[in-house]
Design a binder for this molecule. Structure first.
Ligand SMILES: Cc1ncc(COP(=O)(O)O)c(C=O)c1O
Length: 390
């Protein structure tokens, strides 16, 4: 018999929602109108100026590798964006362009995690974080968080959960699946808590730009030693182009560059050239209009779901997710999702995909559909609740 596949690969769980998605696709193929609220991706296609810049790059033969750190012009444009949006001075030398935020996560975990070392993560949280830690033989220390801490790690939780193998914490603001933010003060307190323990702080800022009624603070406002993950996927609407970035302290950059050379050589060239158009005023105007549209959707869906009895204790201020407690309806979240898919053809994600804490009682809705579709979804959900026997 052949040797088994690696234990690290076997330890990684698939996305449970994929089973639901497969069923949703079957239903769709059979002619049913499925409303997709399970997908963590903007429904808008990439803004026109970015597409045009990508087309021009291809026409001009920009099809080769770039430097492992990425195009200097793009790194400078990102540094300019930090200055303009946050008033923060970031040396472009500290910015590495990566294949998606996922590539930045791969670099950060490869650099910072030794076998057996523990990283504090909020549960619920983005599942790939703990999987990346496992791939580099580290371990996620899942810290259960609820509405009382707005589903975020706090300095106090770091103090309580830190053990002799802990070396860092990875947080996200805005967070997936809960959409909550960390304020500048909370980021500063976390930074202090980590520094006091000689630990690293990694902040996932991938949903920056997608906040409603407020702006997210970057950890770089309070801690220039923190590692920041960011992406062109969400606010910039470039999921399929696979482009993100990592901001690192200056001394880490040569080591990260070496990792980038080995792991993927460079991020996609066409995507990097296209992304140069992201920071032009005409593009930013389109992105801001889309942000406003996401805000309108949130303002519709949040009260509509609460009205139906879903428990959304904390008002999410960012990303495009609502994380809802379904305890009042009874039953298990996975069966609940199946019920709505089968009877009402509305797809959303069970809590199990985001961790263990209270996972069986929670579901995530992504408002990545137009307002009329969301209205239809709410009508169907209201009807489906009447036939749900938890
Ligand atoms: C919290 C979070 N981090 C990172 C990613 C990775 O995204 P990408 O690799 O497209 O930048 C996602 C994608 O959904 C996410 O939700």
């Amino acid at each position: 018999m052949a040797q088994p596949y690696s234990a690290r690969s076997r330890a990684i769980e698939p996305f449970h929602v994929m089973a639901l998605l497969a069923r949703a696709n079957e239903l769709q193929a059979a002619g049913h109108d499925v409303i997709h609220l399970e997908i963590g991706e903007p429904d808008f296609t990439t803004a026109e100026p970015i597409i045009k810049a990508g087309q021009a790059a291809l026409a001009n033969g920009q099809t080769r590798y770039t430097a492992a750190r990425g195009l200097p012009a793009l790194r400078e444009a990102i540094a300019g964006f930090y200055d303009q949006r946050y008033g923060v001075n970031v040396d472009p030398q500290r910015i590495l362009i990566t294949p998606g935020g996922s590539g930045a996560l791969l670099l950060a975990t490869s650099l910072l995690v030794d076998p057996g070392k523990h990283w504090l993560l909020a549960d619920p949280g983005y599942p790939c974080n703990r999987h990346f830690l496992r791939l580099v033989e580290g371990a996620a220390q899942l810290v259960p968080v609820g509405p009382e801490v707005r589903y975020q790690l706090t300095a106090d939780l770091v103090a309580r959960h830190w053990d002799h193998d802990s070396v860092g914490a990875l947080v996200a603001s805005p967070a997936n699946p809960t959409g909550t933010l960390l304020s500048r003060d909370e980021l500063a307190q976390l930074s202090q808590a980590l520094k006091a323990r000689n630990g690293h702080l990694v902040v996932d800022e991938i949903y920056h730009g997608l906040t409603y009624g407020t702006n997210a603070a970057t950890v770089l406002e309070v801690d220039q030693q923190a590692f920041v993950l960011n992406s062109f996927s969400k606010y910039f609407g470039m999921t399929g182009w696979r482009l993100g970035w990592l901001v690192a302290p200056p001394e880490a950059v040569p080591e990260l560059e070496k990792l980038a050379q080995n792991l993927y050589i460079s991020a996609p060239s066409m995507a990097q050239h296209a992304a140069l158009a992201c920071f032009q005023p005409d593009t930013l105007a389109i992105l801001e209009e889309r942000r406003a549209e996401f805000g309108r959707r949130r303002d519709f869906l949040l009260p509509a779901l609460r009205e139906l009895g879903f428990g959304i204790a904390v008002e999410p201020e960012g990303a495009f997710y609502l994380y809802a407690d379904i305890s009042v309806f009874g039953g298990d979240a996975f069966a609940f999702c199946q019920h709505f898919l089968e009877t009402e053809h509305v797809a959303f994600t069970p809590g199990l995909d985001f961790g263990r804490h209270q996972a069986a009682h929670h579901v995530r809705f992504a408002y990545t559909q137009s307002l009329p579709r969301l209205q239809q979804a709410v009508e169907r959900i209201a009807r489906g609740l009447r036939s749900w026997q938890g």
